[in-house]
Design a protein. Structure first.
Length: 286
């Protein structure tokens, strides 16, 4: 800590004081910190996360304001941007597979049941996968940055920014307080959904814009959204179960419960507009 600039130490002190005060007010029991992750960057203090989150929101707000007043100049089709998008999706497919099977293998080795698993500090390998999952949520801010580079402002919805902004904070608390136990389920499930999601995005950029080709290979986009909604339903039932029967920290289960309800409402609205209302509109026009 002594090697850090004085300005960063002052910022870290103010951010930590604010975050822990809010957590105490809301009865979020982020103490004691897990010994399995206390030594890892971005866990003991929330400052790295909060700083990244603030920068994310500033970039998104500034980018949307700037691009909304400018015409598309064809950057979205540049070869270098295609290379970035392909590399980004390949990396997240690989990372998500690694985290998914890592969490599942550790759950199996630890003798877990589906739900109702207590967190144990000696399960350090699972804690590492949970920590990696938390860090991946910060890296996924680049999803939005790529949308800005492609001038796809339509994709940068309230749902998109809300989900990317809040999920990282929740997983910071999990990585800090209880990186294991019932957290394995959400991490493994979400990682698998992301394998499918980033595979879809990869195919979308590789296949190009020909309608016939896209309809042949990307017909399952509707089912991808259904898979995401099913994920939230399963997480909701898990939260209800763990809040009642598990010895996993109750405040995390309660947060998960409220959060999943919000995502179900938002994703349900998105699914209705994209796949039901638009279908009805096309039928009327035909």
């Amino acid at each position: 800590m002594e090697k850090l600039p004085q300005s960063w130490r002052a910022w870290d002190l103010q951010v930590s004081k604010l975050v822990f005060s809010v957590a105490e007010y809301l009865n979020w029991e982020v103490e004691p910190i897990s010994s399995a992750t206390a030594h890892l960057p971005g866990v003991r203090s929330p400052t790295i996360l909060i700083t990244s989150l603030l920068l994310y929101l500033v970039v998104v707000a500034s980018g949307c304001k700037l691009l909304s007043s400018k015409a598309d100049k064809g950057v979205r089709d540049a070869w270098w941007l295609r290379a970035i998008v392909i590399s980004h999706n390949l990396f997240l497919i690989s990372l998500s597979l690694y985290m998914c099977f890592g969490c599942l293998s550790q759950a199996y080795q630890n003798g877990y049941t589906l739900w109702g698993n207590e967190y144990k500090e000696d399960e350090k390998q699972l804690a590492f996968y949970i920590y990696l999952f938390y860090i991946s949520k910060i890296y996924e801010f680049f999803d939005t940055f790529i949308m800005l580079l492609k001038n796809n402002l339509r994709q940068i919805s309230f749902l998109h920014v809300y989900h990317h902004s809040t999920i990282s904070l929740i997983w910071w608390m999990i990585a800090r307080r209880a990186p294991g136990g019932d957290a394995y389920f959400s991490a493994a499930l979400n990682s698998w959904v992301h394998v499918c999601m980033y595979t879809y995005y990869l195919l979308a950029i590789v296949l190009g814009k020909t309608p016939e080709v896209r309809s042949k290979y990307l017909w399952w986009g509707r089912h991808l959204t259904q898979m995401q909604i099913l994920q939230f339903v399963l997480n909701l039932f898990q939260a209800l179960y763990c809040a009642s029967y598990s010895r996993y920290p109750k405040f995390l289960s309660n947060i998960l419960l409220v959060y999943m309800m919000s995502l179900l409402v938002l994703f349900g609205h998105f699914y209705y507009l994209k796949h039901i209302a638009s279908s009805k509109m096309r039928q009327k026009q035909s």
